[in-house]
Design a protein around this ligand. Structure first.
Ligand SMILES: Nc1nc2c(c(=O)[nH]1)N[C@H]1C(S)=C(S)[C@@H](COP(=O)(O)O)O[C@H]1N2
Ligand SMILES: [Mo]
Length: 355
């Protein structure tokens, strides 16, 4: 009935809505490290799987459109988009279910199956935009319907279909004991539990691995503080140490649970006497890499010297690295040499590291 009678334009519009939702939630998912944000991942999975039944109509539309247009620049571009859609979709589903290997990519280096999913998505997105612009007249006519009550029913049907397919794949994956069943809510898979330094090392793009000797290392605390400080390793070790168990979860698709030991950031900030005007804290690495957090977030973090009873290794931030529980791996700045208090708000940080 209503379902079978979906017009070409309605199918395209529904697909576009699913793609926009998966795109936004996919990018957003990189910012989520705390289970409170798990719904972002659920949204991503439901909206993606909702496209499976829509494919039934879409394949018919593609065949018709091709018969009408033949091989032109625009149909070739559409075909290339379709290939990258299938790659993105398959790598996502395979990663979440049976598991899928990665490969070595130029610039990005070793990339997991999840990393390939993201890379293919990054290629698909601009192709999709070109495709939508080329076929805009096909979609425009339906745009006024986008928020109409008649559409609500269709969103609901495909939303429920996506939900059922998602629960179905998760249950099958668990029952079958596939690799996907090891995932955290973020989609990352385990690489070491209380193993000390024995877990993967990740540097963002071309960031180097500096060699810092403990007796040369200094920690500057400056910016909006009443009491600027430059600590040596001896000064730093004079602070009372604390251990916390926390999960380092890299957006590359793995996580490790470790016990981290070091000095709570809160104790350092209290000694430096943060000015009332300070709103954010920037942790700077020796490499130039840095991440900004609100003062409140920063006060819950730890500057670690040990990972599960081992000294943090050189590649993993020796002598001091940030432990930021509930934040994704890219926020765990290694080789920290400066803590800067600033009047810019914490959220002003670019969501992903760009430097
Ligand atoms: N200075 C610096 N810190 C960094 C990075 C980097 O490239 N440079 N990479 C980040 C990323 S993406 C992750 S996942 C973690 C990885 O920490 P590990 O090498 O201990 O696994 O460090 C983060 N801290
Ligand atoms: Mo990462």
């Amino acid at each position: 009935m209503t379902l079978v009678a979906l017009s070409t334009r309605t199918v395209n519009l529904l697909l576009l809505v699913c793609l926009v939702i998966t795109g936004v939630s996919g990018i957003g998912s990189f910012l989520v490290g705390h289970p409170d944000g798990a719904w972002v991942f659920w949204t991503h999975r439901i909206a993606s799987l909702a496209m499976i039944p829509l494919m039934w109509w879409k394949i018919g539309i593609i065949v018709q459109s091709y018969a009408k247009r033949g091989i032109t620049l625009s149909t070739v571009l559409s075909a290339v988009s379709a290939v990258f859609f299938v790659l993105t979709f398959s790598y996502g589903v395979l990663w979440a279910t049976v598991g899928v290997g990665g490969g070595r990519l130029p610039i990005l280096g070793n990339t997991s199956g999840l990393g390939l999913h993201v890379t293919f998505a990054g290629i698909f997105a601009p192709l999709l935009i070109v495709h939508v612009v080329n076929r805009w007249d096909q979609i425009r006519a339906r745009m006024p319907d986008f928020a109409k009550r008649r559409m609500a029913m269709r969103y609901a049907i495909f939303g429920v279909a996506g939900l059922l397919l998602w629960r179905g794949t998760e249950t099958t994956t668990t029952q079958a004991g596939w690799e996907g069943s090891e995932r955290r809510f973020t989609g990352s898979k385990p690489r070491g539990r209380f193993t000390g330094n024995d877990y993967p090392t990740v540097n963002w793009l071309t960031d180097p691995h500096p060699r810092i000797e403990a007796d040369e290392w200094r920690l500057r605390i400056d910016g909006l503080v009443l009491n600027r400080m430059t600590l040596t390793m001896d000064d730093f070790e004079g602070y009372e140490q604390q251990s916390i168990e926390a999960i380092l979860d890299c957006t590359g698709g793995w996580f490790t649970e470790q016990r981290w030991t070091g000095v709570p950031v809160r104790d350092l900030l209290d000694d430096a006497k943060v000015r009332d005007s300070a709103r954010s804290v920037v942790f700077h690495s020796e490499t130039g890499y840095r991440r900004r957090y609100s003062v409140r977030q920063a006060r819950r973090m730890l500057l670690a010297v040990e990972v599960t009873d081992e000294t943090i290794s050189r590649r993993k931030g020796y002598p001091v690295r940030l432990v930021a529980p509930g934040h994704r791996g890219f926020g765990w700045v290694k080789w920290v040499v400066r803590i800067e208090l600033s009047d810019l708000p914490g959220w002003l940080e670019s969501p992903l590291p760009l430097q």
